[in-house]
Design a protein around this ligand. Structure first.
Ligand code: UTP
Length: 290
């Protein structure tokens, strides 16, 4: 599949980050000096994706502003010969951002459906911005390669302890490769005893455009939300859909604790911060133990 477009749903309320998410979209919270969402965008760009459809809600202009050119700032940095100029320029020009509004947060599946016209009839990637995976090759590359090789849509999955399956969308299917399963279906938050596997869908996703018809036909669930897992379950009944257990170190920056952990891990990957931060962490560990 030649994939040119990514969709990043970012129209949720971010209630776990209230009150800060009243004014700062959670995908714009910082991981060191970059917003959470940049990690998904960087991966998309690296995989050759040219456009990112950003599903947002009213009042989330900060994300669009971040990826837009800031002429006055660039001119000021240029006058001062500032070292950050290249980075500021790169961020503003890295991708074509196409904003789409989800008027009400009616679920992740509904958010993806809002991107339908912007995506058109082509396969596309969906990223959940909070899910950050450090991997080489990138998780996007792993999923695109799996999609090409296996011939179908692909959802990124992780193995979770059986006791935790009730917190996730879980796959049912037949293993076709060491890391891949052909999906027969998906169950959202199953009780442990009914769970068809311990493989939980976390994304990213490489999706065929047929997902849009499937999502349009999904009935809203108990809380009035359209779930992406229900759309995928319907898609798996129409065309090949695979789950791929990707390689890499995964972080969930979607909770306050997860954001702190992710920020520290990412800072430790930065040569200019690693040694001072490492020394501080060792000292902190002693203080906590003592
Ligand atoms: P989350 O459940 O992680 O985001 O949805 P949330 O609802 O904003 O967070 P909490 O639970 O209230 O703290 C996964 C992704 O899907 C987007 C979110 O913005 C997030 O990036 N999403 C979710 C939408 O775009 N629209 C929705 O209706 C729901």
């Amino acid at each position: 599949m030649n994939v040119r477009t990514a969709v990043i749903p970012a129209a949720g309320y971010g209630t776990r980050f209230l009150p800060v998410s009243k004014a700062v979209p959670k995908e714009m919270l910082p991981l060191v000096d970059r917003p959470v969402i940049q990690y998904a965008v960087e991966q998309a760009v690296e995989a050759g994706i040219e456009r990112v459809v950003l599903v947002t809600s009213a009042g989330k202009g900060a994300t669009e502003e971040y990826f837009a050119i800031a002429p006055a700032l660039e001119a000021a940095l240029e006058r001062r010969g500032h070292a950050k100029l290249d980075e500021v320029r790169r961020v503003s020009r890295m991708v074509e951002l196409v904003p789409v509004t989800q008027a009400e947060p009616l679920g992740l599946g509904h958010a993806v459906l809002c991107a339908r016209d912007a995506v058109g009839g082509e396969p596309f990637v969906v990223y959940l911005p909070d899910e950050i995976v450090l991997a080489e090759p990138s998780v996007t590359r792993q999923l695109l390669d799996a999609s090409e090789r296996l011939g179908g849509s692909v959802a990124g999955v992780i193995e979770v302890p059986r006791a935790d399956v009730a917190r996730y969308g879980v796959i049912a299917g037949e293993q076709v490769e060491e890391r891949a399963w052909r999906l027969s279906g998906l169950v959202e938050k199953p009780p442990v005893e009914d769970a068809p596997s311990n493989l939980a869908v976390t994304g990213p996703y490489v999706l065929s455009p047929a997902i849009f018809d499937c999502l349009a036909a999904v009935e809203a669930g108990a809380v009035g939300e359209i779930q992406l897992t229900d759309g995928l379950d319907a898609l798996a009944k129409r065309e090949p859909v695979f789950a791929y257990r990707f390689e890499g170190k995964r972080f969930d920056a979607g909770t306050p604790l997860g954001l702190i952990e992710t920020a520290v891990e990412l800072a430790l990957e930065r040569p200019e911060l690693a040694s001072e931060l490492g020394a501080w962490i060792k000292d902190l560990a002693k203080r906590i133990d003592g």
